[in-house]
Design a binder for this molecule. Structure first.
Ligand code: ZN
Length: 185
């Protein structure tokens, strides 16, 4: 990471949440629209500090996922809640890739984003994806993530949503045809 990134992350202790960038602020939208770059895993200490602050942020915001660019760091890292696992642990995905997906897409109901508060919409997603990422322990994971039901499991959709953030893509770019955005209650 660059010096200014290290300073930004290290400015506060690991119990201090980040401020989540919003699309309504032009300077913040610019960061949210920037494509992120891979991380060097040798930056171990700063990565740990960064991940801890992201975890605190995710809890405070009550989200199911958060991506590095949402707090001002254009790097390929996000957190996603494993709603498909016992106890719903938070998983860290460093330098993630989507390596395979079906041709067909589904319309996922009720997508939303911490950077677009008060807005929800139905988004076009793949019903499953094969992914690769490095986890918090530094292990490269390869697995299939499935699920697109709000009521049941939608971990595959969470991963797709967060992965999009790393490309500068927002869920509002992927709304199902003739499916207007609605304001949440
Ligand atoms: Zn989001």
């Amino acid at each position: 990471m660059e010096k200014k990134e290290l300073e930004f992350i290290g400015k506060f202790d690991e119990h201090t949440p980040f401020q989540v960038l919003k699309v309504s602020v032009p300077e913040e939208l610019k960061i949210l629209r920037t494509k992120s770059e891979d991380l060097n895993l040798s930056d171990e200490l700063v990565l740990k500090h960064f991940i801890n602050r992201l975890k605190v942020t995710l809890i405070e915001e009550q989200g199911v996922g958060i991506a590095a660019p949402q707090v001002g760091i254009n790097r390929n890292l996000f957190l996603f809640v494993r709603i498909d696992k016992e106890g719903e642990p938070v998983e860290v995905a460093i330098n993630p890739r989507i390596v395979n997906h079906p041709k067909e897409t589904i319309c996922f109901e009720g997508d939303g984003c911490l950077s677009i508060p008060g807005v929800s919409g139905n988004s076009i997603r793949y019903p499953w994806i094969d992914v690769e990422y490095t986890n918090e322990q530094g292990v490269r994971i390869k697995e299939r993530l499935e699920g697109y039901s709000r009521q049941d499991n939608f971990v595959g959709v969470i991963f797709q949503h967060e992965f999009d953030h790393l490309q500068g893509v927002l869920f509002t770019d992927k709304l199902c045809p003739e499916d207007p955005v609605s304001l949440a209650d």
